[in-house]
Every structure is written in C-alpha cells, then in structure tokens.
Design a protein around this ligand. Sequence first.
Ligand code: FES
Length: 650
Amino acid sequence: MTRQVVFSPSGRRGAFPEGTTVLDAARALGVDLDSVCGGRGICGRCQVVMGSRPGVEARPDRLSEPGPTETDYQGRRPLGAGHRLGCAARIVEDVVIDVPADSQVHRQVVRKRAGVAALPVDPVVRLHYVEVPEPDLASPTGDLERLLAALEQEWGLSRLVVDPPVLTDLQTTLRSGNWAVTVAVRHARDLIGIWPGFRDVALGVAFDVGSTTIAGHLCDLLTGSVLATSGVMNPQIGFGEDLMSRVSYVMMNDDGATRLTDVVRGALDDLLGELITEAGVDRGDVLELSVVGNPIMHHLLLGLDPRELGTAPFALVTTSALDTPAIDLGLQVHRGARVYSLPCIAGHVGADAAGVVLSEGPHRGERLQLLVDVGTNAELVLGNQDRLLAASSPTGPAFEGAQISSGQRAAPGAIERVRVDRATLEPRFSVIGQELWSDEPGFDFGAVTGVCGSGIIEAIAELHLAGVIDTDGVIRQPANPSSRVVASDRTFSYVLCAEPLVEVTQNDVRAVQLAKAALHAGARLLMDHYGVDQVDEIRLAGAFGSHIDPKYAMVLGMIPDCDLDRVSAAGNAAGVGAMMALLSGVARSEIEEVTNQIEKVETAVEPRFQEHFVAALAIPHKTNPYPLLSKVVDMPPRPEPGERRRRHPR
Ligand code: FES
C-alpha cells in the first residue's frame, strides 16, 4: 500500500510504499534533508518533526514507533523534543514532515549582530560515512576501488579525484575503522580526507588580512556557528607602514617579496593556533579556509609578485577566485585543506572589497548603496541590483594618523573623540583605553600619546562647526581670541591637549583635506558614472569605518551628502564576506558572478576626478551646501561668492 508524504518547507510531495523511511522518501524527492552517516542512526543530522495540513493532522502513529535506533541514540546532536530520526522513522500513514533549518544541508544561520543578514550554510566540504566491503580473494579489487564504488553507490559521488595523502592512509584507516570510514569530499569532486569510523567534525577558518591587522574566525562547517574569533597585528608593518612602502620594499630588495610573504603566512598560522586553542579543537579538524585582503595583501599572501600593483596600470596577476592548498601557504591544518581566496575586483579594489560586497549585498536590492572601505586607499563600490561600479581613491595615510603632527595609529593613548565648546572653544576628548572624558575627574592626561584618524576627523569637524576652521580649511583666531588658538609661523594651530602637547596644525588640516577630497571625489565620480546626484545609503566598512562618527565624516565632506540616518558603519564587512564564502558554495558562486559584472572606474585617468577633488577640498564642499546634513547639524554660514578671498589675511 502506498502513502502520501508532503515535506515542508519545500512543499515536495510523493507516494511511497508503507514502511519507507522518511530519509529515503526525502532523497527520492530531492528534499534538502541532511545526513552524514548515510542513515545509520549515528549522526543525528536527519531530524524531522511531524507537521500537519488540512485533513492530515499531526499524529504520532503516522510514523512507526521509535525503535532501538532512536531510543538508544546518543549522537553529538541530541534528539530534540518531538523530533524523529528521518533515517529510522518509517511512514505508515499519509503524513506531513517538517524539515527544521538545522536538518537542512542548505540553511540560513541568523547572526545576532545587527546589520548582518542570515548567512547561508552549504559548505563545499562535506563528510560522508560509508561502509566498504572487505577484500575478497574471489574478486580481487583494490581498497580504493571498493571505497569509491561504495561512495558512488551510497552517496552518488562519482569520478572522485583522490588527494595523494588519502591514498597513503587508506589501508590502515580502512582496517582500523573495521571497514567503516568517514571521508571528506570537496565540491563533490575531491576526496581530501579519510578517518576510521564515524566522524562529524569539520571546521573552517575565515581570514581578513588587512595591512595593519589580521582577523580570523574559526567556524563549524556543519552548523555555521562561530567557535572563536581573534586578531593579530600584521607583522609586515615592520617593512613599511602603508601598502606602497611595502611594494617599494619588494622593488628594492631581491628577497623582499619572499620575506613579506613569509611573515604574513607565519602570522596567519600563529593566529590559527590561537583560534584552535581558544576553541579547544585540533588543527587537523580544519578542512577549509577562506581569505580576503586588498590586492597587495592578497598577492603577498599567495606568493604572487605585487610589483605591478605599484605603478599604473596596476595589473593584478589574476582577478579570479583561487583555491590554494593550505599546506602551500604554510598553514598547519588538515593536509587536504584548501584556502579559497575571494576574487579581486581591480588593481586597487581587492578581495576585501569583494567580501564587503558579498556581506552588504548592494546587488540584492533596489536601494542605491555606496560602500566605503577607508584605508590608505579607499575602496568604493556604488550600485544596486541594476548595476555596480567600483573605484579606489588615493586617500593616503592621513586617516590612519600618519602625516599628522601628533598622529598615531588607533591604539591606547590615542585621542579618538573630540568635542569643542562653541562658546569657549575649550575641547574635551576621550582616548582609547580610558573610560573617562578629559573634563571628568580622574582622567589621566599622562596616558595621552597622540591623536588617531577618527580623533583628527572629529577635531577638525568640531573646529569647523565652532567657527575656528573656515570652509577653506584655514585655522583662524576668532573675534574673541582663544588661548587654544596659537600662532605658529604664519599660520595658527589649535591646542587640543596642553600637556602632553597635542595640536591640530594647519598642515594637519591640509593633510586631512587632501585625503577627504580624494575620497569624496572617488565617490562623486562613481555617482557621475551611475548618473545620480544622491545615494540612498552609505555604509562605512572596516575598522576605521566603525570608529568614525558618520556625522563628522559628513561635516568634513568625506562622503557625499546623505540622510544621516542612512549613513552607518558596516563593521567588519570584509571579514563577514570571508565567513560567508567559507560556509557557502552558493555565496562563492554569487560573488564570483557579481565581481565579473562590476564596472571598474579608474580614477587616475578620469579628468573629472581632478575637478571633483578640487571642489571637495573645501569643508564640507565648495559648491554643495549639504542640505540634508544641514537639516540635522547646525552648519556654520557659508561665505558668499567673492567673500572668501577678502577673509584671507595671508
Ligand atoms: S542520517 Fe544520520 S542519524 Fe539519520
């Protein structure tokens, strides 16, 4: 007798002989129901619950009584209340079967962190448990051939390419597992690992390799959960603070590239060790890795020559996504593990920008998004589902605290937040590593060491709002002279902190003007190409993007005028993109396809870039009065045309 089965949420349905297991019915209908053990009641990944629909109410006797496989089940994934093992429960009446998200091979894992969409989980590495017939004198075949035949028969895996180390281990593993083994198969194509008996541990690591810091996320490939997150400084800093100085190092030293490659690979392996220790797992459990980074970091990590990236036309060795054996990058993980590097977009828009695009998904919606990843080179992406454009802007290192008289990297002791009293022009500020503001009792002035990128941006923006810095970026002594504004040669400086002395000098303002004008001009150029004067949303990616206050970024005119509510930090979007690529083959296909379609705009050869740059030197902008910002921020009056020159004493 046959029984009707309907699966939800897929809606797939069919008729099966009474006694068919739920897992077999699901497989026959192509329902997304997970299994590692192949229906042997070991893995617990096939759990289902009974559903209902009109005429077919949920009733336990629609499935067979739980037998010993379920009552004695003690797998790693506990059997939830009302849950049945799909491989053990048999259909005895018409039934509706719900497949919970946790039991789907392709599922969405919702991250609690705001702004991050559900992460798809469908890893490219899958584990398969299989029992292999013992050798037989009557039919002499190799152990490998019998393993491959069993995998084809049970899992439909054919034409597998076997990694050499698997072959080396094969015979001892089969025998120690008593002819039952678990294999790891990548992309349903490469047999990369083998273990005796049943195993359901498969881990992955996503790396975001920045020029200053490297972040790593250790994830469970089966569940999508993040087991540990950590970061280290990029030791390449010892060879040059910014990217171009590292390329120069490579150009000037025969072994330069090798040395930079060696130190970054060493740092990744050290970071791996930290993650492994924190999560209490083994290096050998790591079967897959992913990596994002700007083009120079990307090339140096992979051992590719970055010298062409130092000069126009900034040719990459390749823009394609790559799979590299982890062992070739000096990473001590499972011997079969591969490192997937996301595609690069253009010579100065790297795999990190691809990670941001994957994470933020401008191509998935109608809203016109501007993604800004600020660094020595700002990477910019503008677009929506219709069209995506990308460019980079040579912002230089001012936003990272370099070229600033009291500048420093964002580290303990750096002034990061600044407020200036509009009446007295007295400042108050906070520094990294102290809870208190400088005007609160107990603040430790001795711990102040300088000002970082976000601090100098806030200082200049606040001084502009307070009338100390004019639209042209000139520091002026106000009508009521302030002891904070001091003459320095033929210009003025503003004393942010008297002891130790931290000033905002005229040269500091100029350096920030140049950097912010480059950033603005790049964004404006993309808007020209898209044919718009305004964007719907601006997302500031990266560590710096998370630290700067969108209001001050806009007061300075770093970014185009926009509804302030629609300007926000995207957090570690590149790292999230790396994680998405780690956990999902679909995400990899998506970003590879999107990257191919992104239109690249080369700022260096666009005459309008220079025009936009000059107009953007003013604060916030020479011709754009920032009407949207002016609705929420009390902007200083703009000089009338012709007035500006008269107000310049010099
Ligand atoms: S498939 Fe593994 S327990 Fe059911």
